[in-house]
Design a protein around this ligand. Structure first.
Ligand SMILES: [Zn+2]
Length: 216
């Protein structure tokens, strides 16, 4: 049974790879943003509190995040888990350690999807979305036949969050807050890095082989 944490810059593809790993090895995925949304929709008191933060566009405080995680980790503990989107900083990582230790749970590994900032820019800034069918293109890797139109004939647009300024802001937050976790888990002997600049299939193969070897 595996308990994994996934780390990676925005645009590293860890969400996609997390889905692949979860399906291939039958391990539940715990995606922090989804867990919060699910709790917010569950109608619980905790959910109401989460909803009020979300509606104001505020970050949900750590104490509330921890409550949700405690519950959800314990629900799947016998099947293992793939944790995505948590921890995001050292304080959260230390909380996770303490929580797992007090429940005699050990992390198997932390998989770091290592991607260059320039690759992130190409992947995110290059993205065009069809306003009719929702199909996504990338002007560098998967260009549309016509730069103005999707195959279905719909108009293409760039999402507001996919612009240089916003990507840079997310990258800076990652570098300042989350990057220290790479060293943190390296020192604990848990870090396994994958070159995530490669294409999605090559990264998938490497992730499969890493996880297979953890299981054997
Ligand atoms: Zn379309």
């Amino acid at each position: 049974m595996l308990r994994l944490v996934l780390l990676g810059r925005p645009g590293a593809g860890k969400g996609t790879q997390g889905i692949f790993l979860s399906e291939r090895f039958n391990i539940p995925r715990l995606v922090m943003s989804s867990l919060l949304k699910e709790e917010a929709n569950a109608g619980s008191n905790l959910g109401e509190t989460i909803r009020s933060y979300m509606e104001e566009g505020k970050l949900v405080p750590d104490e509330i995040v921890y409550q949700v995680l405690r519950k959800r980790i314990m629900e799947v503990v016998d099947k293992g888990f793939i944790l995505d989107g948590f921890p995001r900083n050292l304080k959260q990582a230390e909380w996770l350690d303490k929580f797992l230790r007090s429940n005699k749970i050990e992390l198997s590994a932390v998989i770091y999807f290592d991607v260059d900032e320039l690759t992130v820019l190409r992947r995110i800034m290059g993205r065009l979305v069809c306003e009719s069918c929702g199909r996504t293109y990338n002007i560098f890797y998967d260009p549309p036949p016509d730069i103005r139109r999707c195959e279905c004939g719909g108009n293409l647009y760039q999402r507001k969050d996919d612009c240089y300024d916003k990507i840079l802001r997310r990258l800076n937050v990652f570098n300042e807050e989350t990057m220290p976790l790479v060293d943190y888990y390296k020192r604990k002997g848990l870090l396994l890095a994958i070159d995530a600049n490669k294409g999605i299939d090559a990264v998938k193969e490497e992730a499969y082989s890493i996880v297979s070897s953890l299981l054997s």
